[in-house]
Write a protein that binds this ligand. Sequence first.
Ligand SMILES: [Zn+2]
Length: 92
Amino acid sequence: MDIVELVKADLEARANVGAAKYGARLTTDEPCHNGISALQNAYEEALDLACYLKMSLTEEHIKVYGGNQPCGIHGSDHPDYLCPTTRANGRT
Ligand SMILES: [Zn+2]
């Protein structure tokens, strides 16, 4: 599966959703339709992205290792200081 082709198709589909919702595709000719700068929108989307990534990593970690495994036994999946289970259990 060509990932770039999948992403390209997703980009086009998202552009169509935006066009249907706002009546136009995102261009440099107009400001963002919510009135917020593109940079601020991107920053806020990055915050959301970090939350979704952490949620998925934590869910995967719990599925593979359980919810109460102490960090340090997970091999090379992640460094100890980023262990989702350690964080969720209040250990550092
Ligand atoms: Zn861990």
